[in-house]
Write a protein that binds this ligand. Structure first.
Ligand SMILES: [Zn+2]
Length: 942
């Protein structure tokens, strides 16, 4: 989706701030007492060229074939907002924006224009991130033309020391950044402002959010910005990374020549490391907000700085820590809390700053119970450790992940490889390469003893309990006070805990092998590389073996059907039916059993009903394909019903939905949906707690099973790393034997249509000074393949215009985009939405500018440059996707459900080439219909 993210975002400003510990697995944390294997230093991946120029700049160059004809370029700067002086707040981020707005070799907007001309989309491809401690510029380039790589390196060089920063560019960018900041106004921002000081614990980080303050964005002096750039953008704090389909010799020569020219300042400022002080006396922060979508608890036990592994002995100790992390994760997953976490992880700021923490979403049982569960489980592990069977399971899972990574090593994406080198440069994380790591993991993981892990647990979990407690919640009920919560912590610490009971649990799927069916038909499609089979029960199979991702197979099954086949009265029962069914497990196995059985297998599996289709989805590593098919067999032949599981499902989801509809975003989304579809009962609104509480398990499962107990009419699709002959007996055993009771195989059109005429409505919600303007266009049509492509091209052109006019020329938005759908199911129709977040005072101007541009596009069509940019972007996206399993799976599903001709995949380049400016102009006239649209405007409450 073009423009879904904009040219720059602040990585530290993510909504998941609170649960950052969940996202990043602990890699290197506290020390392990076991004797080190060896003091030998860790080697560097031999496939990598790691070098340092005389001026201090570091470079990483590696040839990597996935994706083909593409290279990932990065400029990594070991400098972020923490280095700002008091008169420079927001400077790191402002400088990052300015890098795209004028430099030695690219005048304002030339850079963006060149990137668009080679098909790179701002946001999706080109991007940059400013954090507390670093700034990263992301630039992928197609390498089919060798000059692209040279130009890409020239851009990196300009970013490194050639940004012009004229006063005018700075003035323009201030307005865009104010709009970027405005986007973030709302609950998450308020919550973060309230909790950041406690996390930063008195350190400068509390005053260095990268976005800066409104005042600093508006009034930062240009010379203060230039001083930041001069002080910190210097060779010894920068790395250039090039990974991709390149010639390493030639690339290294270019990098050495180009970046060797950069100069070090005569008297470089020392680059300070800001430490977070150790936690002191217990403190609690309680933050209540009427728009809080959920209640969350975080317990901070300890913070510390830890050097990354440098020797083989360190690496082995790291394995023990990671096994501990895995074990602790398994323990918390069994507790009666939602989204629970406990363990070691990185802090949201600081280089190699770590913390031991625990967190959970607080469910119906309340915050006191959540504290007892989290503190209690940590106490229990401290006192009694883990069991041998838990450790076996953790090892199995750990080894499974590594074996898969090893098997998949030759098709690892350049984007992922780059990230390893980024972390090496910024935090000295080891980069020995998977070929070495697999040897160590195989040799050492089996030998890690229970005593060793349990001894480590006693040092990792601080005896004195959490020092900082953060509780964020809504205002529907009065929140407990900080002292009350701290008292609960004391009680939980003092409580007597018993050893965890390790229930005997299955390690294998309980499945009886059926008498195999047969393959009764086979045909080949050489052009598309497909094998089509018909099985003895009538089920069809499409096989597409690919070399794109080693050791991974994607599976799906589709047929016409879905929720809309059933009456409106059952809409809630249907809407959550797939989720209810999924929560149950299957056969004799609940979800906890299944997690244990599948440890180390990398299997994902699920069944569901979309509006117009019944679907099965799964993925696995190649060796476990049979296990995936067995799961599919059990899910279809041995459904499970369990009241306790159902009650837990309802409680959890009702709790999570409790405040969701109170957010301005949800109120706007609901109002928009009701306006666009005229209040059609089947148009889905944001789910409410009472929607879950009103569910009837029997009804939901009866409806779901009435479809999913039968495989009649299903087409199974397999894409990925498998052998056609080897999969056949598995299909005969596990798919040809699926029941095929009769059921309707059609799509029902419930008549969800966009209302006729023009509607414009305002929605008042929220207190922050932010607005959203949305336009929805949509209608029925006569389907045409050519028009579908012209429609998509027109949307790309429209997005280029939205950016050029609304952002670059008028600074009315930070980000905003149009997306569209041109479909055949349930009837030929299109929908096109434009969503533009802006300031309340900009709404009218934005409407005027947008319509001017649309009218111009309808009157004159796209310029040749616009048409070329749109086509290049679509072409580059296509060339990348056509070598991805997910793309093939999705296109083959569409072929089954919508009657698309899969041969269209092969003719995409020619068909795209044939799209004319006149067709795009016609599409703009037809689909941006000024007589038929719904405009919604969100404004703050008075
Ligand atoms: Zn930004």
């Amino acid at each position: 989706m073009p423009f879904s993210r904009s040219i720059s975002t602040i990585s530290s400003d993510i909504a998941a701030w609170f649960v950052v510990a969940l996202l990043l697995c602990a890699v290197q944390v506290a020390s392990v007492s076991a004797a080190p294997v060896s003091g030998d230093p860790l080697p560097v991946n031999p496939q990598l060229r790691l070098g340092k120029l005389a001026n201090g700049l570091t470079y990483y160059i590696q040839k990597n074939g996935t994706p083909a004809q593409r290279a990932e370029l990065r400029l990594v700067v070991n400098a972020g907002s923490i280095l700002e002086d008091d008169d420079q707040r927001g400077a790191a981020h402002l400088v990052e924006h300015l890098a795209f707005n004028g430099s030695t070799h690219f005048r304002k907007q030339e850079l963006g224009a060149w990137l668009q001309s080679i098909g790179m989309r701002s946001g999706a491809d080109l991007n940059a991130f400013t954090g507390f401690d670093s700034t990263v510029y992301v630039l992928p380039v197609p390498t089919d033309k060798p000059e692209n790589l040279a130009t890409g390196l020239l851009i990196l060089e300009d970013w490194a020391q050639g940004v012009t920063m004229t006063d005018q560019a700075i003035e323009d960018e201030r307005k865009i950044i104010l709009e970027e900041k405005r986007l973030r106004y709302g609950y998450v921002n308020r919550m973060r402002d309230a909790t950041l000081p406690a996390l930063a614990n008195g350190s400068l980080y509390k005053d260095r959010l990268a976005i800066g303050t409104e005042a600093s964005i508006a009034t930062n002096r240009p010379d203060a910005l230039r001083r930041f750039y001069r002080d910190w953008y210097r060779p010894d704090l920068m790395a250039v990374i090039v990974v991709g389909d390149i010639d390493p010799d030639e690339t290294e020569r270019m990098v050495r020549q180009r970046f060797g020219r950069l100069a070090m300042p005569a008297a470089p400022r020392p680059r300070p490391q800001v430490a977070v002080p150790p936690l002191g006396e217990p403190q609690a922060v309680v933050y209540a907000d009427p728009e809080a979508p959920a209640s969350n608890l975080q317990l901070l036990y300890a913070t510390y700085r830890r050097a990354p592994s440098a020797t083989l002995g360190d690496y082995r100790n790291g394995l023990v820590r990671r096994l501990f992390a895995q074990l602790m994760g398994m323990r918390i997953a069994r507790q009666p809390v939602q989204r629970g976490f406990s363990g070691e992880g990185p802090m949201p700021f600081g280089t190699n700053q770590r913390m031991y923490s625990a967190s959970a979403a607080v469910g119906p049982a309340g915050v006191h119970k959540a504290i007892d569960v989290l503190v209690g489980e940590n106490q229990r592990v401290r006192q009694f450790g883990f069991s041998a069977s838990e450790l076996d399971l953790a090892k199995r899972s750990f080894l499974g992940r590594y074996e898969h990574e090893y098997m998949a090593r030759d098709t690892r994406a350049s984007r992922a490889v780059v990230e390893d080198y980024q972390r090496h440069f910024l935090a000295a994380e080891p980069i020995p390469g998977i070929d070495r790591e697999i040897e160590w993991v195989r040799a050492w993981v089996p030998g890690v003893t229970l005593d060793e892990v349990n001894a480590y647990a006693r040092t990792a979990i601080p005896a004195e309990g959490p020092r900082t407690l953060i509780y964020t919640t809504g205002t529907a009920q009065p929140a407990p006070t900080g002292p009350q919560l701290l008292a609960t912590v004391e009680t939980a610490l003092a409580a007597t805990r018993r050893m965890a009971v390790d229930k005997a649990a299955p390690t294998q799927l309980a499945v009886q092998k059926p008498e195999p069916g047969a393959i009764v038909g086979q045909s080949e499609d050489k052009e598309l590389g497909l094998t089509r089979l018909v099985l003895s029960n009538g089920v069809k199979v499409v096989l597409k073996p690919t070399p794109f991702s080693k050791d991974s197979v994607q599976m799906s099954a589709v047929r016409p059907g879905g929720q809309m086949l059933f009456a409106d009265a059952d809409k809630d029962a249907l809407r959550f039916a797939g989720a209810v069914n999924g929560a149950m497990g299957f056969g004799p196995h609940g979800m906890a059993d299944l997690r244990r059985i599948l440890a180390g297998k990398n299997i994902v599996f699920g069944t569901g009903m979309s509006s117009y289709a019944d679907q099965v989805n799964g993925s696995t590593n190649s060796a476990d394909l049979e296990t995936l098919l067995q799961m599919n067999y059990l899910a279809m032949t041995a459904p499970r019903r369990d009241r306790a599981t159902f009650r837990a499902f309802v409680n959890t989801n009702a709790e999570l939905a409790l405040n969701r509809t109170s957010t301005p975003e949800a109120r706007f989304a609901n109002a928009r949906n009701l306006a666009v579809y005229g209040g059609h009962p089947r148009a889905e609104l944001v789910p409410r707690a009472e929607d879950y509480r009103g569910l009837d398990m029997g009804r939901s499962l009866d409806l779901f099973r009435s479809r999913m107990d039968s495989a009649k009419g299903m087409t199974y699709i397999f894409v990925g790393d498998f052998d056609v002959e080897a999969i056949k007996p598995l299909l005969a055993t596990w798919v040809a034997t699926l029941p095929v009771a009769d059921l309707p195989l059609q799509v029902r059109d419930p008549g969800i249509r966009q209302v006729a005429g023009v509607t414009r409505r305002e929605v008042r919600a929220g207190t922050e000074q932010k607005s959203v303007v949305s336009f929805d266009f949509g209608s029925d049509l006569a389907y045409s393949k050519e028009e579908a492509l012209a429609f998509q091209t027109m949307i790309d052109v429209l997005n280029i215009r939205i950016r050029a006019a609304l952002r670059d020329r008028h600074q009315l938005i930070y980000t905003g985009s149009a997306v569209g759908r041109y479909a055949r199911i349930p009837r030929p129709s299109y929908s096109l939405s434009i969503v533009l977040p802006t300031a309340p005072q900009h709404v009218e101007k934005l409407e005027t500018v947008l319509w001017e541009d649309i009218v111009e596009l309808q009157g004159s069509g796209p310029t040749p440059a616009e048409l070329n940019k749109a086509k290049q972007a679509m072409l580059q996206t296509y060339r990348k996707s056509v070598k991805e399993n997910a793309y093939w799976k999705q296109r083959l599903e569409s072929a089954e459900l919508e009657g698309e001709d899969p041969r269209d995949i092969l003719t995409m380049e020619q068909r795209l080439d044939a799209v004319t400016a006149a067709q795009v102009q016609a599409a703009a006239r037809r689909f941006l219909d000024r007589e038929r649209y719904v405009e919604m405007v969100l404004k703050p409450e008075a």
